[in-house]
Design a protein around this ligand. Structure first.
Ligand code: MG
Length: 387
């Protein structure tokens, strides 16, 4: 299987390369992409010798050229392509079978779209693709025959649980949430004590800063509600969220007879990544295994909707559809950036997103370009937002 990894230098990308390295006879890395971390990209190319490497940020090209001229830093087996269009060319290349979409944020949409458009197997870790353009992406996949296999741990869990019953017999799905670093905090404590350092200290998952902040606000779960709504073709009221601080039960499906099927494993992204590559097969894995000779305790509790208002935004957007997903996602991306820059307080993130969502122009069946226009509008609104 010939694999292209979009966002190979990020958290999903590096885990994916670990999975490929563990299965060298069956998995072949043919393409990698990074935005600007070209040193790590070059190192990956020296190790895996893919045919193509893409650097999507053109401003980094000069640095690479200098390095190439002065040393043997860039491996000769790999052709270097530059610019955002090159990500799409790689994702749709006929000599690529499977595209792993690991680029964070709305920036990942174009590559994922190109992969779906060319009918690939698409291992989708970029939740924004479905949050922003869920109905369009699912329609396109149905048309081209692209196989969308989720990598997000909760959605991979749901996907695995769904193998045990008919889709028509699903009563609802339950997404688990770790609760993040502020689990158990009240609204007023969050107002005064939720600092950047505390928000970045996630108790169970090692991830990039954007998704770590999203976990702290629970906006990550809101985006996952929307992602699940489109990926699995469910109504918003068939989706629930439960807080499970151990992050071992990755989500579950309740069938109409009352049976609940769950997927469990230690928190490690290599498992859902590998499953998306090997489905419907399962291969020997390199992720840690649960030790059933030890004592385990699993807790489940309803989320605190008052302290974490982002969750309500997720359910609302899953119900509304249209451009609301694009607006919420874009507003949140800028809000997280502003929080990390110190120009927005933690509790302003969901507050500002709520105001911008309320102000957007509703459009029931937007085109992709309309979605991108609304995305740009929401970003500008969030840059200007003042409490
Ligand atoms: Mg997740």
């Amino acid at each position: 299987m010939r694999i292209a990894v979009l966002g190979s230098t990020g958290s999903i990308g590096t885990s994916c390369l670990d999975v490929i390295a563990a299965n060298p006879e069956r998995l072949e890395l043919v393409g990698v992409t990074a935005h600007r971390r070209w040193e790590l990209l070059a190192e990956q190319c020296r190790t895996f010798q893919p045919r193509w490497a893409v650097l999507s940020d053109e401003t980094q090209h000069a640095a690479v050229s200098t390095a190439q001229a002065s040393s043997t830093q860039w491996p000769s087996e790999t052709e270097l392509l530059v610019g955002p269009d090159a990500v799409e060319r790689l994702a749709s290349h006929p000599e690529v079978d499977t595209v792993v979409c690991g680029i964070v944020g709305a920036a990942g949409l174009r590559g994922a779209w190109a992969a779906v458009e060319s009918g690939k197997r698409v291992a989708i870790a970029n939740k924004e693709t479905l949050v922003v353009a869920g109905p369009l992406v699912m329609q396109l996949a149905a048309k081209t025959g692209a196989e969308l296999i989720p990598v997000d741990s909760e959605h991979s869990a749901i996907y695995q649980c769904l193998q045990s019953g008919r889709r028509a017999d699903v009563k609802r799905i339950v997404l688990t949430a770790s609760g993040g670093p502020f689990r158990g905090w009240s609204k007023s404590r969050l107002e005064s004590e939720a600092t950047i350092e505390r928000a970045l200290a996630h108790p169970t998952w090692q991830m990039g800063p954007k998704i770590t902040i999203d976990s702290a606000t629970m906006m990550n779960k809101a985006l996952e509600i929307i992602e699940a709504r489109w990926l699995f073709g469910l109504d918003a009221d068939q989706i629930s969220v439960v807080v499970h601080p151990q992050s071992i039960v990755h989500s579950f499906v309740e069938f109409v007879d009352g049976s609940v099927i769950a997927q469990l494993s230690p928190p490690d992204m290599k498992l859902p990544i590998q499953y998306a590559l090997t489905y419907p097969e399962r291969w020997e894995g390199i992720s840690p295994k649960l030790d059933w000779s030890a004592v385990h305790q699993f807790d489940f509790a309803p989320p605190d909707l008052d302290a974490f208002p982002a969750l309500a935004l997720g359910f609302e957007v899953a119900r509304r559809g249209g451009a609301s997903g694009a607006v919420l996602n874009a507003a949140n991306e800028v809000a997280v950036q502003r929080f990390l820059d110190g120009s927005l307080r933690f509790t302003d993130i969901p507050r500002a997103c709520r105001e911008i969502l309320n102000a957007h122009n509703d459009d029931a069946h937007p085109t992709l370009s309309e979605l991108l226009r609304q995305d740009a509008w929401a970003r500008e609104e969030m840059l200007r937002w003042k409490s």
